[in-house]
Design a protein around this ligand. Structure first.
Ligand code: G1P
Length: 286
């Protein structure tokens, strides 16, 4: 049985929902307190045993490469000022995993972004983690998916319940429940009309896929929005083989959405001793 060792993180999108903040910086580098969104996601992957992170980038995303690399000038200055804790933290970031970067030259959709990583992934199962979806969980969400993969040996998507009226924003699964957390997927649909959504279980940026998916993505079939959709490729895979949904335990924050981003910030802030008291008092006051 092959282990899930690699994670593909697509970060090529323009981030227009967060303008003007994203005019000159990647949306994935927006900070939730003092860490960029993307670092939360990489830390989740590493905590789940992922060894190699494959970023699918585009021309405006160099800050992400710099963030996960060494910064000798900064290290030199921190050493001079004897800021050892900061120094340790900075060094840890570049040592967390092996980082690989591939470019998506044209924005043809999520499915196309994943296909761009085909040669680096090779012939093994791999995780896909969206670059702006943070999931705060005791057991890393992607680890929960990997556990389902290890058991059933086929593709897995992470899902969570969303309000009915929001189903048209997501990939939605039609589940056959195996237990309260795991289901076999009967059908999966990308951004269905609300009245056509087969359930309220939405795909939220976590997947475990097998290399067979590349054969389907390679056909370049366009779906919703004229883009090559990962959801459509999974739907085809499931028709031929099988696929599973994991209702992970954890709180999902779509950090490409401004309100969700604010909620993520407050969530992580009240968890930190230094902020909890003053922040709660301030929120009460306003
Ligand atoms: C993508 C996927 C969709 C998923 C969503 C949230 O859509 O295509 O299936 O539900 O991410 O992770 P996007 O938000 O990029 O339009």
């Amino acid at each position: 049985m092959k282990k899930v060792r690699k994670a593909v993180i697509p970060v090529a999108g323009l981030g227009t929902r967060f303008l003007p903040a994203t005019k000159a910086q990647p949306k994935e580098m927006l900070t939730v307190i003092d860490k960029p969104i993307i670092q939360y996601i990489v830390e989740e992957a590493v905590a789940a045993g992922i060894e190699q992170i494959i970023f699918v980038t585009s021309s405006t995303k160099r800050a992400i490469e710099d963030h996960f690399d060494r910064n000798f000038e900064l290290e030199y200055r921190l050493r001079q000022k004897k800021k050892t804790a900061e120094m340790k933290d900075i060094l840890r970031i570049s040592d967390m995993a092996k980082f690989v970067y591939v470019r998506q030259k044209t924005p043809k959709g999520l499915g196309h972004a994943i296909y761009t990583a085909k040669d680096v992934v090779g012939d093994e199962p791999f995780a896909v983690m969206s670059g702006d979806d943070i999931i705060d969980a005791r057991v890393p969400a992607i680890k929960q998916l990997i556990q389902v993969y290890d058991k059933y040996q086929d593709i897995v998507v992470g899902v969570t319940q969303v309000p009915k009226k929001e189903t048209s924003k997501y990939g939605i699964v039609d589940p056959i429940y195996i237990d309260d957390k795991t289901s076999e997927i009967k059908k999966i649909i990308e951004k269905p009309k609300v009245e056509k959504a087969p359930s309220r279980l939405a795909v939220t940026g976590r997947y475990v896929l097998t290399p067979e998916i590349f054969n389907i993505l390679g056909k370049g079939k366009k779906g919703a929005g004229g883009e090559i959709q990962l959801t459509d490729a999974m739907a085809e895979h499931i028709r031929k083989r099988a696929g599973y949904a994991c209702t992970y335990s954890g709180d999902y924050y779509d950090c490409g959405n401004k309100l969700e981003f604010i909620k993520a910030t407050i969530n992580y802030a009240v968890k930190r001793k230094e902020f909890r008291g003053p922040l709660k008092r301030y929120l009460k006051k306003i």
